[in-house]
Design a protein around this ligand. Structure first.
Ligand code: P6P
Length: 344
């Protein structure tokens, strides 16, 4: 038995006590996210046994086939979050526009942006999937419905960010920013509680020599990106080598491994996705904040992801996330002139 058993509720209260002016609204918001995560976890873990597998036949704003569990997760989060008076609006990967708070409910001062079930194409083959969430303080005056300006904020302004990974166990990992650190909670389904299992997560230094990218797209990459991966492979005169390749194809799983072991997760731009595939507001920015708070970095290949102010709710971005030294290396390769020399 660990020296002490700390539930996520107790942890959130302890964190709140460090901010004397805290209203408790923010803490209540995190409780509600944890509740939604428990409900989704139960459904995901039963997926093989009850009729929630497969697609609904709909497509979402991304043009992706909506899986039944996507729709379920979306519904659970919206219904868990829309009535408690914490939020002025929500943004979801599954919804083209801002999700307003119903008029019958009190408006709050926070914005929740989320991907209800990332990696959902892996649902049918029992690969770990995840929920990603990001919380901003509203930018507009209190008391009016949230609008675009409340949502289109740079990642460094997030009040909290995190993810839930539905895998061999269900874990909730969150941060309230670099000062607050990153903390992981594992769901004990026998008591329905998230228990603190990974306090103050730090990306290991030196990191594991792992690079994570879909190498099937090699031919579509820039020369700099190709040379970067050649370096990891130790081929074509790029030195390096001695790395392992690990790519799950479910972002939350790849990022979770990178957070706990170190390494570099990449989703580069390519000729098919010139702006990258991953979304800024509810994928790159929240996971980038978690990574930065654990001592790592997240870049779009030239700029820190957390400094970028998105122009649209569903903006995409290239992403290099993980051990700071490896993100720096990636940026150097991507700046490299075609001639092969490094810029000074
Ligand atoms: P690819 C899942 O669909 C997702 O959005 C992320 O979870 C994952 O990292 C990425 O796409 C995988 O994309 O092109 O390698 O299949």
């Amino acid at each position: 038995m660990r020296s002490k058993v700390v539930t996520i509720d107790r942890h959130i209260i302890d964190q709140e006590r460090r901010h004397p002016g805290a209203s408790g609204r923010f803490s209540a918001l995190l409780y509600d996210i944890a509740l939604a995560a428990k409900i989704i976890s139960r459904e995901v873990n039963m997926a093989g046994l009850i009729d929630v597998l497969g697609a609904t036949g709909d497509t979402n704003v991304q043009g992706e086939r909506v899986q039944k569990l996507d729709a379920f997760a979306q519904e659970v989060i919206v219904k868990a979050m829309d009535h408690a008076g914490h939020l002025c609006c929500m943004v979801s990967e599954e919804s083209g526009d801002i999700i307003p708070i119903p008029k019958r409910f009190e408006l709050g001062n926070y914005v929740l942006l989320f991907d209800p079930l990332d990696g959902s194409s892996n649902i049918n083959v029992n690969v770990s999937i995840g929920t990603i969430f990001s919380i901003h303080h509203r930018a507009s005056p209190r008391g009016v419905p949230g609008a675009l300006a409340d949502c289109l904020q740079a990642g460094y302004r997030q009040l909290a960010a995190g993810y839930v990974i539905y895998g061999s166990s269900t874990m909730l990992v969150y941060t309230t920013g670099v000062e607050g650190g990153v903390h992981g909670f594992t769901l004990d389904p026998s008591i329905g509680e998230f228990l603190l299992s990974h306090p103050r997560i730090r990306i290991p230094d030196p990191p594991a020599r792992i690079y994570s990218v879909n190498e099937a797209y090699y031919a579509r990459w820039s020369r700099g990106q190709q040379r970067l991966v050649d370096h990891f492979r130790g081929v074509n005169g790029e030195g390096g080598g001695g790395y392992k390749s690990r790519y799950i194809g479910s972002m939350v799983s790849d990022v979770h491994r990178t957070l706990l072991q170190g390494g570099l997760f990449m989703y580069p731009r390519d000729t098919k996705s010139p702006g990258g595939k991953l979304r800024m507001l509810y994928e790159a920015a929240p996971l980038g904040l978690v990574c930065a708070a654990a001592g790592g970095r997240a870049s779009d290949g030239s700029r820190d992801v957390l400094d970028i102010v998105p122009e649209g709710l569903h903006d995409r971005t290239p992403l290099y996330l993980g051990s700071a030294g490896l993100v720096d290396l990636a940026e150097r390769y991507l700046r490299r002139k075609r001639a092969g020399g490094f810029e000074s």
